[in-house]
Design a protein around this ligand. Structure first.
Ligand code: TYD
Length: 204
């Protein structure tokens, strides 16, 4: 899935801004681009998102991971695969590495089980490039505190920011995954330039 790129990183790392910038750059270049966010971007996905982010809904760790995967597989079927087969680019704000990190390495499921579930459900339907924006946990905490919105299920888990930062620094994903790490503390323009370079490499 060569025109399929995921931006990843802990909450507050700036990836949503970079998803928009990357999509704008590719569009200016005459490419057709579809952006998706995870979980969500389909009718089922948005309903699943509401359940997942609502901290009051009891969810065991397997059910949590499977809901992310249900949303993702619907997104592949409904949006991503049709777009790629029409020659469009797909830029995803999070994809399976988030499950390996949040539910696996930093969550209760464990890395092995999270990778296993992702592998079974997704097989080869994965991004050709996963770009992780890295920011130290203390800087992330400051950014999150400056946001006015209420914390969701994940943001309110104690110590999660530190665990996800550490997990994104080491995650290898599913065998065959291509993961590039970029310093997210640089200015948005510099981060954008670094991402462009990596994406240009994919085109070669
Ligand atoms: P979102 O509002 O998309 O956060 P952000 O804008 O920071 O990406 O919320 C998604 C939350 O769900 C986020 O805290 C990360 C978490 N998440 C998982 O735990 N597992 C997953 O597989 C995905 C895609 C997200």
């Amino acid at each position: 899935m060569s025109r399929f790129i995921a931006l990843e990183g802990a909450d507050g790392c700036g990836k949503s801004t970079q998803v928009d910038r990357l999509a704008a750059w590719l569009t200016e270049d005459g490419q057709q681009v579809v952006t998706v966010r995870e979980p969500g971007s389909t009718s089922l996905g948005e309903r699943v998102r509401a359940i997942l982010l609502d901290g009051d809904e009891p969810l065991c760790s397997e059910a949590e991971a499977l809901l992310f995967l249900a949303s993702r597989t619907q997104l592949l079927d409904e949006v991503i695969e049709p777009a790629l087969s029409q020659g469009k680019w797909v830029i995803a704000d999070r994809f399976h590495l988030s499950t390996v990190v949040y539910q696996g390495l930093a969550g209760k499921l464990g890395e092995q089980r999270a990778v296993e579930l992702c592998q079974v459900v997704l097989a080869e339907r994965r991004p050709s490039l996963n770009i992780v924006l890295e920011i130290p946990a203390d800087e992330l905490m400051q950014r999150i505190e400056q946001r006015s919105q209420q914390s969701d299920r994940f943001e309110s888990r104690p110590g999660l920011a530190e665990r996800t930062v550490a997990a994104f620094a080491t995650v290898v994903g599913i065998p065959g995954d291509r993961i590039i790490r970029i310093d997210g503390t640089s200015s948005a323009d510099d981060v954008e330039a670094m991402i462009r370079r990596e994406v240009t490499d994919v085109l070669r």
